[in-house]
Design a protein around this ligand. Structure first.
Ligand code: KIV
Ligand code: NA
Length: 275
């Protein structure tokens, strides 16, 4: 079944949780889509896991378009959500609409995601008015890493928790159809989830959210630069890949690969004449 913004919104209180994973390329998108994930996020985490930066600050709209279009070609049923990167929407409402439009037109995104609460509500309103569905993102918002001063849990004080709830209500009011909560205490994420009518997707935000998201290379055990507390390895694909590559190297060296079945034939008559 094809996932749409409507079908995903209807999953809140339906007894079914929303599944989201990141992907950045066609082949991975195909695999996730075949497995039945509801939504694929082309996250600006591609700055970390694809491009090897230490943060998401340097990711460009062009980077996002390039990867979003590849994912969209592989996602038959999953809804593709693509991140607006740093400085593509903070600068003005105009920039936000233009860049969201590019992610949809050139990147074939079904929705865009941006970070922030009240301060980006004018942007959310304008993007939604232009016909582009918006996902909001609160809690730890990695594009603001330099004001947070590090990756840590958010909303622990009464004031910060109150602000999170207010921001969640504000982004819903502005027209977001989905809200990502990152690195928020589980009980607070549950309270936020119960305080709004749009679904929440948690990452490091506990089981009280309406759905979950993880970075694909984290959950597959392929990315080892760092492992946040909220990551679970559902496979050890890193080990599988390293072992396969070691075997490949060894088999090239000892002549096991390529074998007869991997080779093309030519008539002996033809080859004999060449000797
Ligand atoms: O960029 C990303 O992968 C994200 C998720 C971690 C929510 O924004
Ligand atoms: Na992101």
């Amino acid at each position: 079944m094809k996932n749409t913004t409507t079908s995903i919104m209807q999953m809140k209180n339906s007894g079914h949780k929303i599944s989201m994973l990141t992907a950045y390329d066609y082949t991975t998108a195909r695999l996730l889509d075949e497995a039945g994930v509801n939504t694929i996020l082309v996250g600006d985490s591609l700055g970390n896991v694809i491009l090897g930066y230490e943060d998401t600050i340097s990711v460009t709209v062009e980077d996002m378009i390039h990867h979003s279009a590849a994912v969209a070609r592989g996602a038959k049923n999953a809804l593709v959500v693509t991140d607006l990167p740093f400085m593509s929407y903070q600068t003005s409402v105009y920039d936000a609409v233009v860049n969201a439009g590019r992610l949809m037109k050139e990147g074939r995104a079904g929705a865009v995601k941006l970070e922030g609460g009240k301060e980006v509500c004018p942007q959310i309103k304008a993007i939604v008015s232009a016909g582009i569905p918006v996902v909001a993102h609160l809690g730890l918002t990695p594009q603001s890493i330099n004001t947070f001063g590090g990756f840590k849990v958010q909303g622990k004080t009464e004031a910060a928790a109150k602000k999170l709830i207010e921001d969640a209500k504000a982004v819903e009011e502005a027209g977001a159809f989905l809200l990502v909560l990152e690195c928020v205490p589980a009980k607070l994420a549950k309270l936020v989830t119960e305080s709004i009518n749009i679904p929440t997707i948690g990452i490091g935000a506990g089981a009280g959210c309406d759905g979950q998201v993880l970075v694909i290379y984290d959950m597959l055990g392929m990315f080892s630069d760092f492992k946040p507390k909220f990551v679970k390895h559902f496979a050890n694909a890193g080990d599988v890949i390293r072992e396969a590559v070691k075997t490949y190297i060894a088999e090239i060296d000892d002549g096991t690969f390529p074998a007869e079945e991997h080779c093309y034939k030519i008539d002996d008559e033809v080859i004999d004449k060449l000797y």
